[in-house]
Design a protein around this ligand. Structure first.
Ligand code: ADP
Length: 268
């Protein structure tokens, strides 16, 4: 790809004349790559927004026309419209969160966050969602509180997204387990850290998808993601927040048995 990049950028090298701007081939390649990613992202966002908007305007038309006097159809269409509207609004808030965490990536969060309390709170908030699918949430917490330097709201979002996915993709009548370890050494980190696992007993994820799961809008099964109200941004947000905390995200899965998402955060 180096050769390709050379050909693509060769024309651009002559451009910055007169003001002593010197960009290396590598810089220009990086700039162009960033620009291509931005264009992809804008195209993806437009597509993601357009789909529910198209559906909504179709239903409005039907409600004004053919379904005008059909009470049952009206009810059905209105509930689909409500679901699509909720998905649109989740998409907009996920986009805003992603923008915020991408921007703040270089800042170092420093407040002490009690992860044990956070796990308990998030589990309680998602309990009713889990109950709807008869999913049982188990939390395995150490006796002593576990704190890490971090941004509480962002870490709450990490937990919410991972637990939410485990419930959505873990399958009905199953268990989801949250395990928080006591501070320890982890080979992924230089110093001491804590590890939080979110494990489900769902269908799992085929190995070739795993490295791409944290890409914005990457989904294993777009149909399923849409059906469970996904935006395709949850894991991208998780990855940025974990990076910002200088932590690691590890994803392991056994197809047919379940998945485990582990977050390892530095503790000092
Ligand atoms: P979405 O809003 O689609 O859930 P995410 O970024 O949270 O977006 O996840 C990306 C994709 O990763 C999902 O569409 C799904 O295919 C897959 N995925 C995430 N979590 C799990 C899980 N616990 N089990 C199986 N697949 C999962």
């Amino acid at each position: 790809s180096r050769d390709t990049a050379w050909t693509v950028t060769a024309g651009a090298v002559a451009l910055p004349r007169g003001r002593g701007v010197a960009l290396s081939f590598e810089d220009i390649t990086a700039v162009e790559e960033a620009e291509a990613m931005r264009r992809d992202f804008v195209a993806n966002v437009s597509h993601e927004l357009r789909t529910p908007i198209t559906a909504l305007s179709g239903f409005i038309e039907t409600l004004r026309g053919p379904a005008r006097d059909d009470a049952a159809a009206r009810e059905r269409f209105l509930s689909i419209m409500q679901r699509e509207t909720e998905r649109l609004s989740r998409l907009v808030s996920d986009l805003l969160s992603l923008g915020r965490v991408e921007q703040a990536e270089r800042l170092r969060p420093t407040a002490a966050v009690d992860l044990s309390a956070l796990v308990a709170q998030v589990a309680a908030v998602l309990e009713p969602v889990a109950a709807r699918d008869r999913v049982v949430i188990r939390a395995d917490l150490p006796d002593d509180p576990v704190t890490v330097p971090g941004d509480e709201e962002q870490l709450r979002q990490v937990l919410t997204n991972l637990l939410g996915n485990a419930i959505k993709y873990g399958g009905a009548d199953r268990e989801v387990t949250l395990t928080l370890g006591a501070p320890d050494r982890h080979r992924e980190l230089r110093g001491p850290g804590v590890r939080l696992d979110v494990a489900d007993q769902g269908d799992g994820i085929a190995a070739h998808h795993i490295p791409r799961l944290t890409e914005r809008f990457y989904r294993v099964d777009a149909h399923r993601s849409r059906a469970v109200g996904g935006t395709g941004l949850g894991l991208a947000i998780v990855k940025h927040i974990v990076n910002r905390h200088r932590g690691r995200l590890r994803i392991e899965s056994v197809p047919g048995q379940g998945s485990r998402f582990s977050v390892i955060l530095p503790a000092d």
